[in-house]
Design a protein around this ligand. Sequence first.
Ligand code: ADP
Ligand code: MG
Length: 312
Amino acid sequence: MTEFGFIEQLAARFVALPANGFEGIGDDCAVLPVGNGEALLFTTDLLTEGVHFLRAATSARELGGKSLAVNLSDVAAMGGRPVATLLSLSLPADTTDAWATEFMEGYREMSERFGVTLAGGDTTRSTAGIVINVTAIGRADATHIKRRSDARAGDTIFVTGELGASGAGLNDILAGRYDTPAAAIHRNPQPHVAEGLWLGARPEVHAMMDLSDGLASDVRHILERSRCGAIIDVERIPAAEGADVQLAACGGEDYKLLFTADAATSEKLANDFLEKFGAPLYPVGTITADTELVWRQNRRPVERDWKGFVHY
Ligand code: ADP
Ligand code: MG
């Protein structure tokens, strides 16, 4: 069973149960409207030693920051503001006090940067490797929430930064090169929290999500949930230094935002974004009315057997 097959079958078992006001499985966060035009957002991510990180290839401080950053990215992906987290840790007996202290510092630094408090968690011993589970809670104006399901035919597809640096860094790490700039980027993702909030407030932005598994895989989630297709222009995919276009499309863990916006006003949106953040938005394609994902180069369709990134 694949990860997504498992999630689908699990979700199917719950369709007959009361949802208690929640919009649940299938987006970057679950949404709970709480009145006064506000909603709470919930998301959780698990990092397992040997699957998501190698203990020897990352500092505890970086790991503390990353375990929080990947969750903040999911709140940003909905257009929300992260406010609190829960941190659960399962640590083997050979974890040193110095490691634990550094981990806490990394987690605290990232929390401070984004004004997020630690509201709880759980701590246990592990008989295998380190396991880290973070739950992030966010708040959003209900009308600002961006879902994967709201893309419309004709929308311009954007990403909020260059792609592939994290994938290049992972390749370096797997080859034993821990000290490269790309490897550092892989270990220190910077979630686009301010960008997500800003895009959330723009009504011309329709669907949004964060890029954790790679554009080639993640864009399909928007297409499936919005029941539409897309044309992506390969030459417009912004490849980061050290990444070719395939790695930019297929590498994971860039934690940039992927969104669609009304084409009529998308130039103004990009100009406003540049003015606000001093960084460009990258248009990479267009949403279509069918359900195909078409890669195009020099305006001609090209075959690309590109899949996203899967752990292990
Ligand atoms: P993301 O990459 O944004 O963190 P995932 O691909 O991990 O999202 O998950 C996709 C969707 O499936 C999310 O809505 C998530 O909450 C849900 N999901 C994943 N695993 C489980 C699970 N074990 N039980 C319930 N829902 C799950
Ligand atoms: Mg996500």
